[in-house]
Design a protein around this ligand. Sequence first.
Ligand code: R5P
Length: 283
Amino acid sequence: MIVSASTSQSLASSLAAELDEPLAATEYERFPDGELCASVPEFDADSAVVVCATTTSDAHLEALQLQDAVREAGAREVTTILPYMGYARQDSAFAAGHPVSARAVARALSTGTDRVLTVNPHEESVSGFFEVPCETVDAAGQLAAPLPDLDNPVFLAPDAGARELATTVRDAHGEGSVDYFEKTRHSATEVEIEPHATDVGGRDAVLVDDIVATGSTMATAVSHLRDRDAARAFVTCVHPVLAGTARTRLARAGVEAVYGTDTIERAESNVSVAPAIADVLSK
Ligand code: R5P
């Protein structure tokens, strides 16, 4: 039985359809003191697949509560899907006295599940923080699907870490070159990007990254492309976090369209990762 957290309702529904599994009814209460209670009053199955994008602190709690609720209701096997794993970018202690937050949340989530699946985590190594088997699902190949017809495209990663992702999207699209920018991050909202060698003049550019959060990385990269007379600029990513004023920032930078997947439910989530997750679950 598929159990959806409030953050992953579309994806959980698509996954239930994909796997031909029933979708549990979930209920939410918030007590007067502010505490949450997520429950599955009619859950009745031997195994549960809890789907929860941990985009907020409440969502982390909801995942823990749903894991516990299905066990209470009799599930003997629990799989937890973290389509977007929050805190994964805090994969090391940034300074003395800082936590390794990705490890802390992974440990907590491991206590209520037999297995974890996560989609394109920021660093593959975070899967090692879980204390149960954790597999990663690669959704990059699907990012090319919503792209329009492109003229002599160049696929660009805004940093070296996203080069493989950009290459996968180019391969799935079928034509174009691949390059990347050198990025230095100065703060959570300020990045410095150095131009790359490829001549982008008159060409359509597709910027590919795992996450678009504040949009600073993409907006800075697009401004370089504008300076170098690229034609249209499109942004595609696995996880459309799009925090705060990211959309305005991207629009002001001259981005034609932003595409993302349903690992996080946003207006830009026009690709579903349900088939890729279903493939891994059915193996
Ligand atoms: C970092 O290396 C990631 O791949 C993304 O580039 C980053 O998370 C994007 O963040 P923002 O949109 O805030 O620049």
